[in-house]
Design a protein around this ligand. Sequence first.
Ligand code: FE2
Ligand code: FE2
Length: 254
Amino acid sequence: MRESIRRLQREAERIASKHPLPEFYTRFRAETAAARKLFFNDPQISRLRKILEPRYVEELGHGTFHCTRVSIDTATLLLIETVPQRPEASAVERLMTVGIFAGLLHDICRGSKDHAACGAREAAKFLTEFDLNDDEVFSIVNAIRNHEAFVSAAPRLDSRQWVQLTSDCLYDADKFRWGADTFTHTLWYMADYQDLGPRELIDRFPWGMSGTYSIIETFRTATGRQYGPEIIENGAEIGKEIYQYLLQHFREES
Ligand SMILES: [Fe+2]
Ligand SMILES: [Fe+2]
């Protein structure tokens, strides 16, 4: 990443750090901790993380940082969403593991056209190396295939409850990233990749901001619908401050 962009990213992180965490991350602190523990300690997950490290498309902002956060939030959402059904703890943990697999693999084709379908096909190749049953493999592949926003075809609904829930949790966890992460992370990788300077970012900012709001209507789980809008609005507040910072410091440049 260019040093000039890196400096702007640091400034964005400084601005973001002054904003309170969205309620999802304070109310479900225990669930997030359980998801993190699984993410960092499960042997199968550790093995997949190691395999994927060189495959991540970091320059598009959808590499390790993004996939780690999506994985942990997918598992957190699965833990929250399964509470009413009261499955056994071991079954929930297994489901969370499946969710983390989906999160780690979901953007494996991020640089390709139709990256969700491509990612689903690619993920299936990796999954043969792991101790997963056929339903779990299907669930991961299905979730990855259905994770893209605003596609014209409706996601294929699966009648199996856990398959559909995993898909919905992956989608919501990925779209939670349209909050603060857009402005502290993704934006700067995209700017660097597309060789954009501060002046061009200023021109594109209002358009980009309106795009992030549009995701609010698309959350798929009850938890996502309840807490997702605040995550997006929190990100937008951070974005507005970053926009002001750019205006103050770079408006006169051309
Ligand atoms: Fe994606
Ligand atoms: Fe993603």
